[in-house]
Design a protein. Sequence first.
Length: 323
Amino acid sequence: MKIRLVIVALIAAAAIIAPQARASGPAIEVKAYAEVTGSVILVGDVADVAGMSEAEAGRIRGLRFGMSPRPGESLTFNAAQVKGKLYNAGVAVGDVALKLPETATIKRKAVAVAGKELVEGAAEYLRKNLQWRRDNLTITVKGEPGDIVLPYGDLKIEYEMDGSPKRHGAQALRARVLLDGEVRRVMTMTTYLEVMAEVAVAARDLQAGRVVTAEDVEFKLTDLTKMRPGAYDSLQSLVGKQLVRAVRRGDEITRSAVADVADINSGDAVKIVYKGAGFEVASKGKAVEKGYAGETIKVINESSKKIISAVVIDSQTVEAIGK
């Protein structure tokens, strides 16, 4: 009887010790929830591996568990599916202690760009880069592109226009979405924005040769994408210029339609001033070419009939250069 009791006790002790010994051996514990960043799920992404050499644990962690879901989406597996995937990956599931949750959910991390963020950034870019007075520029958001979801990484948005920023036309504006320095999306933003500005137009029919006055000009709200090149956005920059061609009432007055009025025109009578050490003399002359204050032009001295270079001082006076 005593012998039987001893045998039973030994069997019970062995039953207790066996799981403990197994638990201290190779073990893989799968997480109920894990996040991954790449396109491939590795065993090490979803499970803790222990109870073996570091070399063997590293090998198992590097085994391919399966393909990741799309960025921002999840996959859920039951315990049997997880065990099957571990086996297919190359894990000897019969030789390790497996601890499996009822379900395991794996989510792929992502970065998202909201359509609202894209279009608001585009509007701000135009405000800073279009060569218009800020108080004379109206940018309205007409719509928004769809949100963009990309794999997890360093996200950056850049805006650009073809060539240098112009006074007219925002149609070349694009948004470039970069992930880890690589361009992943290029989007034209003009569709979503209305860019308006007040531009100078003729208040009446204006003839070529006329010097523009304030009464000749009025302002009209115009879509910049439909605007003629070289439109004016301020009265001060236009008044005093001379029309080189006729402009009809309501038409935009552009830079190609006007020219600055020269201080001296070719053929104008001028006073030529000669300055030297302690003396100043003047002589009558005639301009050979037109010029503006501060510019150097050719003039002819009526007394000597010599053509000399002189700096325009005002509409009647030039100062000879050199002797």
